[in-house]
Design a protein around this ligand. Structure first.
Ligand code: PLP
Length: 443
């Protein structure tokens, strides 16, 4: 292994990742050859210690710098009942964007009142379900949705629906356009500039079936600077002050969203979780608000990305002389759409023989019938052989969560490792599972 590969293992793979005396990658105390003998490939391995450490990386600085706060795990990044249970046990809440995510979070033991329901087009039945289970807050994304929630809450004649308004502050985080959500041209949120945000405050304050508790703004994803959070929070706090004068808004909840960046390569250097928290807490404290609002933050990727490693088996190797060598693996865009969707870049190691140095420039392609199904373009790896195991780190977020059955291939299994033991958290989908989905269709 060269210096960069050692740094990759130390800084991007899960905590405690190492090589054993045979040169095999060990995750959570479990050698990966044992894991794949038992569970096959492709396999997504999640390390429990890393997941818990990332929860604490937010919970601890929040507790010391702004105790009236709650970190919500943005469950869109990756959710199963086991992970929901761990995150809940670490004291976090959850941000969910569908009744499916709410149900899985509840199934894992997440308390309903710690769930915040997001989304730009929540279905009426999802809104009713969220109110039924006593969801903590519903984040309103548009004037149209505010009307819908008010109508549903009125019909139910229960307590008013607790809502937060999602404001679009117009702050651009330095990140890829496709994953930017705070800019003015965004499908998300109520525009400050157009007056929609103020109109929503006025309407919410006037509606008996709505309890407006606060404001939210999310500026993007994989954000690698702390300043955009201070900027966007300041804009939202200024707006809150004006809304308090004009419409009697009492700010009880404030959220600068999530989007805190992570390392995908040893060359990346994102701010620590605590640095994001510190800037946000300082910006808020500086206002000396009375009453002091509760601070909500929504880290998704930065909780779960580093905990996950994707393991693939090398299959066909095709050399196109003078052009490139394609190495195909048994997964690809159906379990990791990020490279094809927005050009995300990854690094990898050969998990079954870590000490072997890089010898060859190759392109790692997926198995799916799509030219864009390339996982790693131009990566230096040892000379590969059929059967080698490719380990891709920082694979915990937005891989399985965005996975599909393209080409009618079953999704990989996921396992959680801890103290050398692995347990299946999502079984591998088989051809039989796929066929079963069509079983009720008449011939
Ligand atoms: N909160 C909101 C409103 C989001 O839209 C997202 C992601 O798109 C997140 C939180 C989580 O972002 P990340 O996983 O990058 O932390």
């Amino acid at each position: 292994m060269n210096t960069a590969e050692r740094a990759l293992l130390r800084e991007v793979f899960p905590l405690g990742a190492r090589r054993d005396e045979r040169g095999v990658l060990v995750l959570g105390g479990a050698p990966v050859d044992h894991l794949i003998d038992e569970h096959g490939t492709p396999l997504y391995v999640f390390d429990e210690a890393t997941l818990r450490a990332q929860c604490r990386a937010y919970a601890q600085p929040l507790a010391s710098s702004y105790p009236n706060s709650l970190a919500l795990y943005a469950s869109k990044a990756h959710l199963d009942p086991t992970i929901a249970g761990i995150v809940a046990a670490e004291g976090l809440g959850a941000d969910a964007v569908s009744s499916g995510e709410i149900r899985v979070a509840l199934a894992g033991g997440m308390p309903a009142d710690r769930i915040v329901f997001h989304g730009n087009n929540k279905l009426p039945e999802e809104i009713a379900y969220a109110l039924d289970i006593g969801v903590g807050r519903i984040v309103v994304d548009s004037l149209d949705e505010l009307d819908l929630i008010a109508e549903i809450a009125t019909q139910r004649a229960g307590p008013p629906a607790p809502v937060i308004l999602r404001i679009t502050p117009g702050v651009e985080a330095h990140t890829h356009e496709y994953i930017r959500t705070g800019a003015i041209d965004s499908k998300f949120g109520l525009q400050l500039h157009s007056g929609a945000a103020e109109e929503a405050v006025a309407q919410a304050q006037a509606a008996d079936s709505i309890d407006l508790t606060g404001l939210h703004a999310h500026i993007g994803s994989q954000v690698l600077d702390v300043e955009p959070y201070a900027d966007s929070l300041s804009i939202v706090l200024d707006f809150a002050a004006t809304m308090s004068e004009r419409h009697g808004l009492v700010l009880r909840d404030i959220s600068p969203g999530g989007g805190f960046g992570v390392s995908y390569s040893e060359a990346d250097d994102p701010p620590a979780a605590g640095s994001f928290v510190e800037v946000i807490a300082a910006t808020l404290r500086a206002r000396r608000l009375d009453p002091e609002p509760r601070l909500l933050i929504e880290p998704g990727r930065s909780i779960v990305a580093r905990a996950g490693v994707a393991l693939y088996r090398v299959g066909t190797i095709k050399e196109i002389p003078g052009v490139r060598t394609y190495v195909s693996v048994d997964g690809g865009m159906a379990d990791n759409i990020r490279p094809a969707l927005y050009g995300a870049k990854y690094r990898a190691l050969i998990a079954n023989r870590l000490p072997d140095g890089a010898e060859q420039l190759v392109t790692v392609a997926g198995r799916y019938c799509e030219s864009g199904d390339v996982l790693l373009r131009d990566i230096e790896l040892p000379t590969l052989r059929r059967g080698d195991v490719l380990a891709v780190p920082a694979a915990g977020a937005y891989h399985m969560a965005m996975s599909s059955n393209y080409n009618l291939v079953g999704r990989p299994a996921t396992v959680l490792v801890r103290d050398g033991q692995a347990r299946v958290t999502r079984p591998r989908e088989t051809d039989a599972d796929l066929l079963a989905a069509f079983a009720a269709v008449e011939a």
